[in-house]
Every structure is written in structure tokens, then in C-alpha cells.
Design a protein around this ligand. Structure first.
Ligand code: ATP
Ligand code: MG
Length: 437
């Protein structure tokens, strides 16, 4: 009852937006991509309203380069589709239009409102999570359904105005992440917002507003009700944010990792595990900062490796042979993981290849090293080995050997090969000794 009253007060849209002119916010229309400007102006010429919304406006105000530009309009998807020749309607749950313009894609969505009012309560699960999301609404309602005030700014390039319904501009300037509406209700509607809060705080170097932060501790468990595929998407955004080294400890601090990567505590509490994971994250952040590509499969292989390692060891202690034990450990870890955070098969295939290559780096005689460097995943496998060596899990001498071997000439390579092991041991080599630690 009390929650209902609070919700009524909080969820009531305030009357009208504050309109900030150019001299207040300093964003020039030239800061917006030509494509995005063309999309807003074409919509406006056709008699609709159209604004740049969400992350792009936030990033422009912060002086950062937006990743992409999203547009919100009062035109419905069919009307948008009719205006742009190179466009297509996407999405089943909520229809959006992708307008193509050169290599750029502008996502155009129709203003919508959240479903989570009492009359529409049947679309909420027992924990308050919104199931059937969103119906068309007006601009004010569209601002209202967004997560944080800093993500709810509308920028019109033709007038160079920002329309601000929730004091998002002031929050941006104060480096404050504040939920629109009652935070607990909004987290219950969509628990992923908790992950988003952590991600934005780490990525933008901002602080969560006290009331926005407070409910997270006790609501973290709700993430277990979110579809595993959606959690994967959010986790990926977090890892690819360029600030994963800050995000992961924050996730742990907020207790949000339990439903995502349950072993993370155990892994990060061991110095070797921590060195391994943090070195990989640091490297990823640097690559993203330099706009170099990074591989999600590699990252997830890193995050789950120490779990695989533990089970692999256990299998061998039970008398299983190393290679079958490794494959069994990989399958067990991936199976358990799929229930919480569904890693798509295209990634798990690569992860298994990276893991499966690891014992092969221990074989440094005969023709095997030559075969290994020809493997399509050699590079990823080698980078993974390097991290293992850096963290103290394998002898650094092995990493160094492979570094030299791959760049050496044919002759030098031959000279680097280790002695074939004695015949008696050769038989045992078919089951290579795999765990170095
Ligand atoms: P990024 O730069 O990481 O893409 P973003 O703010 O653009 O950040 P998106 O996931 O692209 O994030 O979402 C676009 C906008 O949609 C957000 O700015 C926010 O207004 C709204 N939004 C996205 N996810 C949610 C959610 N779970 N609940 C409410 N609003 C959301
Ligand atoms: Mg975005």
C-alpha cells in the first residue's frame, strides 16, 4: 500500500521539461553525426518531433564521443519506415526502426511509456519485474520510463536545445547517477538496472545517489529471475565498457556477481586468480581505449578459467586422465554457467578451443609445436598462456619459449625443440601432464 502511494507520487511526471539553450549546455549540432542530424530533420520536416536521446546526449554533455546516436520521435515505426528508404523495422517485443546511412545505423524509437502502473499490474511478475514492456506514449512518458536522470535528456539539433524532464543535466554536472522514480520499484521492474547503475558509475567515474544505491544490496538476488541471455548482453556491455577493471570489483562490492559469475569471489580471493583476471581486464580496457577489437570469448574464457582449473584438478585427483578430465571440467563449468548467464554457442566454442589448447603448450618436442602454431586459435591460446604465466600459474619460461618460437626462423625453431622424451616416458606423453600449478 505504502509502496503504491510512493509510486504514485514518484511516478507522476513533473509538469513539463526544463528547456536548456545552447549557451547553457554548450553542445553544437556539429557534435552530432551528419546521419543522426539528417534523421531528426527529416522527421521534423514530415511534421513529427524528433530528438537525439539517451547515452549520446549524456556523452556529448560530458565532452565524450558518443558510441552511437539514438533518436526518439512521436512517429510510429511504420511512419518512420515510410520516410527513410534505407530503413527496416526490427524487434518483436518492441518495434524499432534502423535507419541506415553509409556505415552508420541510427536507431529510431517511438516515444513509449512504461507498463508498470497498477492497472497494468498483470504484466509484472511476483517480484515486480515488468514482463510485457512498453506501449507508445508521449515524450514526457518516454523520459519517465528511462532508467537514470542522466540518460533521459533529449537534444534537438535543429534548435540546439536540451529538454530535461528530471534534472538530468544538473545530475550530470554533479557526477551523480540518480534513478528516475522510486529506485526499489524501478529495480524490481527490471533488475538489470542494478548492473547498469554499476556500469555507468564505473564508466563515467560518477557516484550513485544514496537512494539509488541503497536498495541494490538487498535486491541483487532478483537478477536470478532475469533471462540468462539478457544477463549475458549486459555483462558483455560491462566488460566492454573500457572500465571493466573498475566494474568487476564494484559488482562484487554490490554483491551482484552471485547470479552472474558465482565463483568470482573465490577466484579473486586467490592472489593467482586475481592477478590472472585483473591482468586480462586491464589489457581489455586498454585495447578498448585504443579502439582495438577485443574478443568476448577470450574474456569469458578468462573469467571461468580458474573454475575449470579447479574441476580439472579434481578430476585428475580422482584418477581421470588429464585430457578427458579437462574436457569434462570445461563442459561442467559451461553447463552450470548457462543457467545464469547464457554465453552464446559461438563464444563457448572458441572458449573451449582456447582452454583445450593449453596442455598443448607443454609439448615442445617433435612436430607438435609446428602444428600448434598453425592452429587457427594459436594466437588466442598463446595470449591466454601468457596471462597464465604472468599470474604465476605456469612457468614463465614456457611462455617465453613460445614467444621466441613463433617469431623464430625455421632453423632456429628446429634448434629450440626440446629433447624427445625417453621411450618409457613417451608412452606417458600421450597423456600430457597438464596442470603446472
Ligand atoms: P551506452 O553508452 O552504454 O550505450 P546508453 O545510455 O546509450 O549507454 P543503452 O543500453 O544503449 O544505454 O540504452 C539507451 C537508453 O535507453 C538509455 O540511455 C536509457 O535512457 C534507456 N534504457 C536502456 N535500458 C534501460 C532499462 N533497463 N530501463 C530503463 N531505461 C533504459
Ligand atoms: Mg546506447
Amino acid at each position: 500500500m505504502i509502496r503504491k502511494i510512493i509510486r504514485r507520487i514518484f511516478d507522476k511526471p513533473k509538469s513539463g521539461p526544463v528547456i536548456l539553450p545552447l549557451k547553457k549546455h554548450g553542445i553544437h549540432k556539429e557534435d552530432v553525426s551528419v546521419c543522426a542530424r539528417k534523421v531528426t530533420s527529416s522527421l521534423q520536416e514530415a511534421g513529427f518531433s524528433a530528438f537525439i536521446v539517451g547515452g549520446a546526449v549524456r556523452d556529448l554533455v560530458l565532452g565524450r564521443k558518443p558510441k552511437d546516436f539514438d533518436v526518439a520521435t512521436d512517429a510510429d515505426p511504420d511512419e518512420v519506415r515510410a520516410i527513410f528508404r534505407r530503413s527496416r523495422i526490427i524487434g518483436r517485443r518492441f518495434r524499432l526502426v534502423h535507419v541506415l546511412c553509409g556505415a552508420e545505423v541510427i536507431e529510431v524509437s517511438t516515444f513509449r511509456r512504461s507498463h508498470a502502473s497498477e492497472e497494468e499490474a498483470e504484466s509484472v511478475d511476483v517480484h515486480g519485474r515488468v514482463l510485457a514492456d512498453n506501449v507508445f506514449g508521449n515524450q514526457e512518458e518516454d523520459a519517465q520510463r528511462r532508467d537514470f536522470t542522466i540518460n533521459a535528456l533529449f537534444y534537438d539539433p535543429s534548435t540546439e536545445e536540451i529538454w530535461d524532464y528530471h534534472d538530468g543535466f544538473a545530475d550530470l554536472k554533479a557526477s551523480k547517477i540518480r534513478m528516475i522514480g522510486d529506485p526499489e520499484t524501478r529495480y524490481r521492474e527490471d533488475p538489470v538496472r542494478m548492473l547498469r547503475a554499476v556500469r555507468f558509475a564505473a564508466k563515467l567515474g560518477m557516484k550513485l545517489d544514496r537512494e539509488t544505491e541503497a536498495p541494490i544490496r538487498s535486491l541483487g538476488e532478483l537478477l536470478s529471475h532475469v533471462p540468462a541471455a539478457r544477463l549475458f548482453e549486459e555483462m558483455l556491455k560491462l566488460l566492454m565498457s573500457g572500465h571493466s577493471t573498475e566494474c568487476i570489483p564494484e559488482l562484487r562490492r554490490a554483491g551482484l556477481h552471485h547470479g552472474l559469475l558465482p565463483m568470482l569471489d573465490v577466484i579473486l580471493e586467490q592472489p593467482m586468480g586475481e592477478r590472472f583476471v585483473m591482468a586480462a581486464l586491464k589489457n581489455t580496457d586498454e585495447r578498448i581505449g585504443e579502439e582495438k577489437p577485443v574478443s568476448p570469448a577470450f574474456l569469458f574464457a578468462v573469467l571461468l578459467w580458474h573454475e575449470v582449473l579447479a574441476l580439472w584438478k579434481l578430476g585428475q585427483e580422482k584418477g581421470e586422465r588429464p585430457i578427458p578430465a579437462l574436457y569434462e571440467a570445461m563442459d561442467k563449468v559451461l553447463d552450470a554457467q548457462q543457467e545464469m548467464l547464457a554465453i552464446p554457442r559461438r563464444y563457448t566454442t572458441t572458449m573451449k578451443e582456447i582452454w583445450g589448447l593449453q596442455p598443448r603448450f607443454l609439448q615442445r618436442s617433435g612436430r607438435r609445436p609446428f602444428q600448434l602454431i598453425e592452429h587457427p586459435r594459436f594466437r588466442a591460446g598463446y595470449d591466454f598462456l601468457t596471462l597464465r604465466a604472468q599470474s604465476g600459474e605456469v612457468d614463465p619460461e614456457i611462455g617465453k619459449w613460445w614467444e621466441d618460437f613463433q617469431f623464430a626462423s625455421g632453423e632456429v625453431r628446429e634448434s629450440m625443440l626440446l629433447e624427445e622424451e625417453a621411450p618409457k616416458r613417451r608412452r606417458r606423453r600421450r597423456r600430457p601432464k597438464a596442470v603446472e600449478a
